[in-house]
Design a protein around this ligand. Structure first.
Ligand code: WT7
Length: 567
């Protein structure tokens, strides 16, 4: 039986009833995110309103209305279904930079009943292959510049039938590779294929845990109720807003709040397909007169490093609401943003698994700098004692942050990994894997993660993935990856390596190991430092104790080693 308990009544009269009402959905009726984010808005008369204001790093700009969104996603859905021969329920990966096809492709996959699997285009060979292999992906939509990686992955992926290239031009394609030129395809006015069940799988987002390879968090179309309502209430979106979410859709923030939430509300989104650069970002905010901005603490710390002076050279007067997610938002960042932008960043907390914001500083609520805020109405959150699994019930006492798994966007399963999914639940609570406390006013305070996952610049990196990649170098006998403190990214990866007997440490070897990793992982997962050590601390049964290494890096007490040694 699924641990997720959704009572239909809550979507009629309860907290999510407002979303169901606004989206004109009733329990038992079909629901499709792709249709809701495009066709429905045209029906409401918003067809001519800009949906996407897109710009790349070279300054090329494009503008699409909701009617363009409707027709282009229809066209792409038709293509995927009929030209590429893909079926509802199949996993279709988007391996693209933030080009318009990424946004259209996401909605098109949902329209034709497929499961969208967005992956960060900077992933190296192993990171890409592991996720495609686990998902049994049927097709990858990509660009020429990433085709080499996809081709190499495909050699070891029997289930991958089609590779679709959105900018193939005159490139010679191999069998099973298709060129998709969206602008040249006949425009499809009507696409019949959006009658998905509300509980039909929609999106598969891979997230890292401590053990094993990354897990695919599987969401459903019903999640749109959560994304719609939280985008409206927490991000304070209003009809005239120009909204910017600077996250890449390879991560859940970039889909839940970079596609679904805002577009389900009929909001104009600005997208910048370029990496971080303070002046470039300010110029973008100014040019598009962005009113609501959803960002992350690492980006804010980078902006802080470049100073308020730089910000003042731009006209940022359109900014009305700022929110942040992904890591602890330090109080200094809130104070700095008040001084620099005239308004604070509002912290929000959630995860890949929750699909939408669960704890937040709502607009108008008193912000306690350093706190994540309070549970979103409709979400029941608490802090449970790690031993008893029951709420600690005492203000200020830290424990495990837990949620009732009864809101629309909560994960339904980990793809092909029901054991890991079941392990996330206890006494009817979903355990987030984070530690937190609740103060006397009901504000939640983040304490830290309850596992060895490394949060670098808001991105979770699993130590296992890095360690496996390191072991691929012939000189490496054992390895461990842990978080080390960093002023900008909060945490960065530090690797410990034990070499095979007879191998000596030298600069060249270190470089070789780094290159092994670079090819296989994401740039985000790259260690900032490799320490060569004679041995690693282990439990009696031989498991590496990352916690000991981590405590050393943070100058924290190592704790009771005798109990840790037991496993
Ligand atoms: C983990 C989830 C969905 C947002 C993008 C990341 C950490 C998230 C906060 C916050 C402190 C936070 C937690 C969480 N985290 N928001 N406001 N304060 N920590 O999604 O990759 O699944 O990461 O990010 O540790 O469990 P994700």
């Amino acid at each position: 039986m699924s641990p997720v308990t959704l009572e239909t009544d809550r979507f009629v009269h309860g907290a999510w009833g407002e979303a169901a009402h606004d989206l004109e959905w009733h329990p038992g009726r079909p629901l499709n995110i792709g249709w809701h984010c495009s066709d429905r808005l045209c029906r409401l008369g918003l067809g001519e309103k800009p949906a996407l204001l897109w710009e790349d790093h070279q300054g090329n700009a494009r503008r699409y209305t909701f009617d363009d969104l409707r027709v282009l996603t229809n066209t792409m859905a038709e293509y995927l279904r009929h030209a590429a021969g893909l079926h509802p329920g199949e996993r279709i990966c988007l391996f693209l930079d933030r080009v318009p096809e990424l946004y259209f492709g996401f909605l098109a996959i949902l329209k034709m009943g497929g499961i969208a699997q967005p992956l960060f285009s900077a992933f190296g060979d192993d990171s890409l292959w592991t996720r495609l292999d686990n998902a049994g992906t049927a097709a990858v939509v990509t660009q020429r510049k990433h085709l080499g990686k996809v081709r190499r992955a495909r050699e070891r992926l029997p289930e991958l039938r089609a590779v679709i290239v959105v900018d193939a031009g005159d490139l010679a394609l191999a069998p099973g590779e298709l060129a998709l030129d969206l602008e040249r395809l006949p425009r499809v006015e009507r696409f019949a294929g959006h009658a998905t069940e509300a509980e039909a799988p929609s999106v598969l987002h891979y997230t890292s845990g401590t053990t094993g390879q990354p897990k695919g968090a599987q969401h459903v179309h019903l999640s749109v109720l959560g994304q719609y309502l939280t985008a409206r209430r927490v991000l304070d979106l209003r009809p005239d807003d120009v909204y910017w979410c600077n996250a890449d859709p390879g991560w859940v923030t970039g889909t839940s709040y970079g596609i679904i939430g805002p577009w389900a509300n009929g909001i104009t989104q600005a997208v910048l397909d370029a990496g971080f650069q303070s002046d470039r970002w300010y110029a973008f905010l100014e040019k598009y007169r962005v009113t609501v901005w959803y960002s992350a603490p690492t980006a804010i710390r980078l902006l802080m490093r470049d100073g308020s002076e730089l910000a003042r050279r731009y006209d940022l007067s359109a900014l009305r609401h700022l929110a942040s997610v992904g890591e602890p938002l330090n109080p200094e960042a809130v104070v700095w943003s008040r001084e620099t932008f005239g308004r604070p960043f509002h912290d929000t907390y959630w995860q890949t698994e929750t699909g939408s914001i669960v704890v937040a500083n709502l607009p108008g609520m008193e912000v306690k700098p350093g706190s994540m805020g309070k549970p979103f109405p409709g979400v029941t959150a608490t802090v449970v004692d790690p031993q008893s699994g029951e709420p600690v019930g005492q203000p200020g006492r830290a424990g495990l942050l837990a949620l009732r798994p009864d809101f629309p966007s909560i994960i339904r399963s980990y793809w092909r990994n029901p054991e890991a999914f079941a392990a996330k639940f206890r006494n009817g609570w979903y355990l987030t894997g984070d530690r937190a406390s609740i103060d006397g006013d009901g504000y939640f305070w983040f304490v830290g993660r309850d596992d060895d996952v490394i949060n670098t610049g808001g991105h979770l990196v699993g130590p296992f993935e890095i360690e496996s990649a390191m072991l691929e170098h012939p000189a490496v006998a054992e390895s461990a990856a842990v978080a080390k403190p960093d002023p900008v990214n909060m945490e960065v990866v530090k690797a410990f390596v034990v070499l095979k007997p007879g191998r000596e440490v030298d600069d060249e070897l270190e470089l070789e190991i780094m290159n092994t990793l670079r090819k296989r992982l994401s740039p985000l997962a790259m260690p900032q430092e490799i320490a060569f050590v004679p041995s690693l601390p282990k439990t009696r049964s031989g498991k590496i104790m990352r916690r000991v290494l981590r405590a050393q890096e943070w100058g924290e007490p190592v704790g009771d080693l005798s109990t840790m040694m037991e496993d």
